[in-house]
Write a protein that binds this ligand. Structure first.
Ligand SMILES: C[S@@+](CC[C@H](N)C(=O)[O-])C[C@H]1O[C@@H](n2cnc3c(N)ncnc32)[C@H](O)[C@@H]1O
Length: 285
């Protein structure tokens, strides 16, 4: 598939940042062992009962969410392009004793190979900063449809494309995303876990890496919400739920964000409501 080299460049950028992110997570293994979960209510509501289900967690990063899903009774396969993220996820699985399989692969290759091998899942899940790394929505959604068992469900929770229109100080600075427009990320993937000031570290925030600089640039792809939904429908998936949320879980992408209980961040009072996250549940009939 074309643009593979852009995704490989992103792999370098992610490999470099994973250690910095993990350095802030505190005793995540102990937190999970003690029954803690890194998941938010939005994805849990969309996923529903996971007991006994085979679940593929795409772009799983360091595996905290994958293991939290496994604790809920799913047999989890986590997939990520980053070697460092998959090593970290396997380590976390070992440290916690929570079983899950982790496979290092570009999501496009994995979906194609998994469908070819006749492996099927009851649920496919992906969340929080995933669509922006995908240069082609139709191949992605067709791939997901191909690995879902009949009656299976795809759940996506991601940052709303409307958030991409504003600069850090809430000024309307960029056009609404569309067409997968490529964005050169000169500074590479940054240390957003540090910037979240505890929002992404449910086990407690550790100081960890300071002043992280990524030597590897990256590429993002700007898609609108309508394009994501249309690609899912075109792949034959029935949209069961589409929710837009006026808050964001964990991250603090803008200045003056106020933190509500449950690591839920809302804009300052002077900013009228904007959709900051969305959630989709789509079913293979
Ligand atoms: C912001 S993180 C997602 C957060 C994750 N859900 C979590 O629980 O922490 C984005 C992930 O996408 C992965 N990624 C980016 N491009 C990818 C690709 N082409 N195939 C597979 N994974 C990819 C990155 O390595 C990174 O781990």
């Amino acid at each position: 598939m074309e643009r593979k080299h852009l995704r490989e460049q992103n792999r370098f950028s992610w490999n470099r940042v994973v250690g910095a992110h993990d350095s802030h997570r505190g005793d995540l293994a102990g937190f999970l062992r003690a029954g803690g979960s890194t998941l938010f209510p939005e994805e849990l509501e969309l996923l529903g009962d996971l007991e006994g289900k085979a679940l593929a967690h795409l772009q799983c990063n360091s595996g905290g969410d994958s293991l939290s899903l496994a604790v809920r009774g799913a047999t989890v396969t986590g997939v990520d392009i980053s070697d460092a993220a998959i090593s970290s996820a396997r380590r976390l699985s070992k440290q916690t004793g929570i079983p899950a399989g982790f496979e290092r692969a570009d999501v496009y290759d994995w979906l194609e190979e998994t469908a070819r091998a006749g492996r099927y899942f009851d649920a496919v899940f992906s969340s929080y900063g995933v669509v922006c790394w995908l240069p082609d929505l139709d191949t992605w959604t067709r791939g997901i449809a191909a690995v879902l068992a009949g009656g299976g469900r795809f759940v996506l929770v991601d940052f709303h494309p409307a958030t991409d229109m504003f600069d850090e100080s809430w000024k309307h600075a960029r056009a609404y995303p569309s067409g997968g427009e490529r964005l050169f990320l000169k500074e590479g993937v940054g240390d957003y876990v540090a910037e979240s000031q505890g929002g992404l570290t449910p086990a407690g925030f550790a100081e960890g890496a300071r002043d992280f600089k990524n030597p590897h640039h990256g590429y993002l792809f700007r898609w609108g919400l309508g394009e994501v939904v249309t690609a899912l429908a075109a792949a034959g998936l029935r949209i069961a739920t589409l929710k837009e949320y006026p808050y964001v879980n964990g991250e603090r992408p803008f200045s003056g964000m106020r933190e509500l209980p449950g690591r839920r961040m809302v804009p300052p009072e002077r900013v009228p409501a904007v959709p900051l996250m969305y959630g989709i549940s789509a079913v293979k009939n």
